[in-house]
Each structure stands twice: as structure tokens, then as C-alpha cells.
Design a protein around this ligand. Structure first.
Ligand code: SF4
Length: 116
């Protein structure tokens, strides 16, 4: 039996920083909130072995959760429309420069994909 690889918070932070850098995005400006999102991603990774979105419900089955594996399918369109993703983890450069805080935005994930 292979041992499950557990990720540390530092590894999760490195991952999201790498994603942000690669895409020209920024991270949530509030360090405490960011820490919460990192802990959520870490918990999900260590439970499922993939980065399920920290602010959505999941099935715990990779194929069913594929659209909400971070960075999710809805991230780019949300950054374009609202300046940040659903969780506020990633923000656009323009939003970052505005100094604003991410707030609640509409859920772009189709309702039929939510947990029944
Ligand atoms: S909403 Fe943000 S944190 Fe959640 S999966 Fe999408 S990109 Fe990641």
C-alpha cells in the first residue's frame, strides 16, 4: 500500500504563489483570510489528494470535482468579471492595485454540479 503524501501549509502556499505568478494574478490581500484559504486547501489535499476549492462542497471524487480543483474552471471568468475568484484567493492585477477587498460574488458553477 502506498503512503498518502501529505502537504504542509508551506507547500500549499508555494503552489498558490506559483499559480499566481504564472498567470499574473495576486493573492487575497488579507493575510488572515489567506491563511484560512491555505488551510482549507491543505485539508482538502490531504483528504482527497487534490486541491478541491476551499469554499465549495465537493464529492471527494476527482472526476466529479474536476471543475472545482484549484485553480477552478470558473477562476478566469470570475477574475475578468469581478477581479477575483469565488473564494477571493486569486485577484487580478487591476483589482490588486485598486486596494479593494474581495467580497461575495455569484456562484458561476452550474447548480446541477452542486451536491444534491
Ligand atoms: S474559487 Fe478560487 S480558491 Fe476556489 S477553486 Fe476557484 S480559484 Fe481556487
Amino acid at each position: 500500500m502506498t503512503e498518502k503524501k501529505q502537504k504542509t501549509k508551506e507547500e500549499v502556499r508555494k503552489f498558490i504563489e506559483m499559480v499566481a505568478k504564472k498567470n499574473g494574478w495576486y493573492l487575497h490581500p488579507d493575510e488572515d483570510f489567506l491563511e484560512m484559504l491555505i488551510e482549507g486547501l491543505q485539508t482538502n489535499y490531504n483528504r482527497y489528494e487534490y486541491f478541491a476549492c476551499p469554499c465549495r462542497m465537493h464529492e471527494g471524487i476527482r472526476e466529479k470535482d474536476a471543475d472545482v480543483i484549484c485553480p477552478c474552471d470558473y477562476c478566469k471568468p470570475d477574475l475578468e468579471e469581478f477581479g477575483h475568484c469565488y473564494c477571493g484567493l486569486y485577484t487580478s492585477e487591476e483589482f490588486h492595485k485598486s486596494g479593494k477587498m474581495p467580497e461575495g460574488i455569484p456562484e458561476r458553477r452550474p447548480r446541477e454540479k452542486w451536491l444534491a
